[in-house]
Design a protein around this ligand. Structure first.
Ligand code: URA
Length: 206
């Protein structure tokens, strides 16, 4: 299931950062702000547990998150999406997944995976700004599931319908949250209208 977060502040930021003349520092800041603006929707149904809550005046009850949160940026562009999430969920652990395309099979294969020892009791939020073909997102989710994760959600800036279809058929239990659902992929796998190569624009390597 895809949730497109149609909010005027998100749309404003996204419209401005799509512009190819948006400089790298501004691009980074806008991606970070969009990530933060997405956090309330992405986390809206996290489970809470009722706990005693002591105030300066009395003891009442409150609620705290039942499960720890693990943020998982997919390298490299996912890193640009991380800080906006950490700004609002500072206690989250950060796992990393690095994937590279095997030039023979054309499939993404992990070259680096690091996560907390147990994922079974955590809420996992996978971060990758561009859901294009869906290959990396699916591979990332599979690796996390193989490590015991069961509560997983996926957040991106821009999604392509092709990537959404692949992801939904391969990972039907993982909701997608996107700032925009764009039109399609071009022949090179870029999202249209898109914003170009998110990693290059975040890290100034274009
Ligand atoms: N990755 C990007 O950074 N941009 C696209 O358009 C597609 C994949």
């Amino acid at each position: 299931m895809i949730h497109v977060l149609d909010h005027p502040l998100i749309t404003d930021e996204l419209t401005r950062l799509r512009d190819p003349i948006c400089p790298t520092p501004e691009f980074r800041q806008r991606v970070r702000r969009i990530a933060s603006l997405m956090v309330p929707a992405v986390t809206a149904n996290l489970q809470s547990t009722v706990v005693p809550c002591t105030t300066p005046l009395e003891i009442t009850s409150g609620k705290t998150l039942t499960h720890s949160v693990v943020l998982v940026p997919i390298l490299r562009a996912g890193l640009g999406f991380l800080d906006g999430f950490l700004d609002l969920i500072p206690n989250a652990a950060v796992a990393h997944i690095g994937l590279a395309r095997n030039e023979e099979t054309l499939k993404p294969e992990p070259y680096y995976i690091k996560h907390p020892p147990s994922l079974a009791d955590s809420e996992i939020i996978v971060l990758d700004p561009m859901l294009a073909t869906g290959g990396s997102a699916v591979e990332g989710v599979r690796r996390l599931q193989a490590a015991g994760a069961t509560r997983i959600r996926f957040a991106c800036l821009v999604a392509a319908p092709e990537g959404v279809a692949t992801f939904e058929s391969e990972c039907p239990d993982v909701p997608i949250f996107a700032a925009s659902l764009d039109r399609c992929l071009d022949s090179r796998g870029y999202i249209l209208p898109g914003l170009g190569d998110a990693g290059d624009r975040l890290f100034g390597t274009a």
